[in-house]
Ligand binder design. Structure first.
Ligand SMILES: [Zn+2]
Length: 387
């Protein structure tokens, strides 16, 4: 198979039309459409498509994906959803976990995502690491089409031993939700210590309890300063920041900006977003993720980065940065772009502009990973106006 391919006639986000030559997994050249050598290599006609750097999914729970139907709704809000998930393992076998996770990964791939960070519950039941083990298998199965990063997410009662074993089983990040522990600070310290010992990154669910008196993200920033922890740290959720006064929010955003912590927002119709504009203004490159895919927390998650970007409410270019460049940075990947030398991980969508794509969320998409087309969705539409 040739390692050179020309994408011809693509519309770029800035409105220009370009032929884009991909070579050896990277963008090689961008040319105007009247360039004499434009048909020199194998080609893909992208007339009518908008070409974007491929998005990444920085925060999803693949082990919970597609469980909405069997578990049913929970009227008690977020904690009710977490509790109903915690009693679930007896209901789902290994085969079910593998089937749902694979289906979710295929959906993400078709939507254009070429890198995923998934949080996975560990410590449940008799096989405490089964989600990590299944996902490590799927990581190998999907390695040609996406980079899959596993976060081991312990409950407060999960032992240190199990958390360290999860890293041996394939997790590259330690996660957790410290506010569920009797002592949130102590749990945060424990997870930081374990990440340090296992030499992996940390990605915590913080400040998602709708109680702004307890700002765990501020505690974490202070802990990081005191500990000298040198690995990447991500704070996810942070919905409590929405409830702060402008001056308190200003202080917290300054603390976050000074800590070099990454931040992931989870904008969704359930209102779990955070004040992205304030953080961006303070120089924090906030990423945005989908969190739920039709699970107990949200019956209608779409696993669609276009929908996530649209839900941020930001201007189109900043919204796309949140699900593309900023999201890749959370995963420790080099930032994608549309310039020579950038990785040829790209998404083409049937649209004339980014604003249109975020408004219409077109299903018509072509996904390119390392210079190769890995997914193509071409919906058909028939409308009969007259008999
Ligand atoms: Zn989450």
């Amino acid at each position: 198979m040739s390692d050179t391919i020309t994408l011809s006639g693509a519309t770029l986000p800035d409105g220009r039309t370009r032929d884009v030559v991909l070579r050896n997994g990277r963008i090689s050249v961008l040319r105007g459409p009247d360039h004499p050598y434009q048909r020199a290599f194998a080609g893909l006609d992208l007339a009518g498509y908008l070409l974007l750097p491929a998005p990444a999914e920085p925060h999803v729970h693949l082990d919970r994906a597609l469980t909405w139907q069997p578990v049913g709704s929970d009227p008690d809000g977020r904690d009710g959803a977490i509790r109903s998930w915690r009693v679930r393992p007896a209901r789902y076998g290994l085969g079910d976990l593998r089937r749902r996770s694979r289906e979710a990964l295929r959906t993400l791939t078709a939507r254009g995502v070429t890198a995923v960070r998934t949080h996975l519950d560990i410590g449940d039941g008799r096989v405490p690491l089964r989600a990590v083990e299944v996902m490590a298998e799927l990581r190998a199965e999907f390695h040609r089409v996406l980079d899959l990063q596993i976060v081991a997410m312990p409950a407060p009662g999960t032992t240190d031993r199990t958390i360290v074993d999860a890293v041996s089983a394939g997790a590259r990040v330690i996660g957790g939700r410290p506010r569920l522990a009797p002592d949130c600070r102590q749990e945060t310290r424990r997870l930081l210590r374990l990440a340090d010992r296992a030499e992996v990154a940390l990605d915590l669910h913080l400040d998602d309890g709708f109680d702004p008196r307890m700002l765990a993200v501020g505690d974490l920033a202070r802990l990081l300063r005191a500990s000298g922890f040198g690995r990447p740290v991500t704070a996810s959720h942070l919905a409590n920041l929405n409830r702060l006064s402008p001056s308190a929010l200003g202080r917290v955003t300054e603390t976050i900006a000074a800590s070099r912590m990454r931040v992931v927002a989870l904008p969704s119709p359930r209102g779990c977003g955070l004040p992205m504009r304030a953080l961006l203004a303070a120089g924090v490159p906030v990423a945005a993720g989908g969190d739920h895919l039709r699970d107990t927390g949200h019956p209608m998650g779409r696993a669609d980065p276009l929908a996530t970007a649209a839900a941020t409410g930001l201007a189109p270019d900043r919204a796309w940065a949140a699900v593309a460049g900023h999201a890749r940075a959370v995963l420790g990947l080099e930032s994608g772009g549309l310039e020579p030398g950038a990785p040829a991980d790209l998404l083409a969508v049937r649209a004339t502009s980014l604003a249109e794509a975020l408004r219409t969320l077109p299903e018509d998409r072509i996904v390119i990973k390392s210079g190769h087309v890995i997914a193509r969705t071409a919906p058909t539409r028939k409308v009969r106006v007259a008999a």
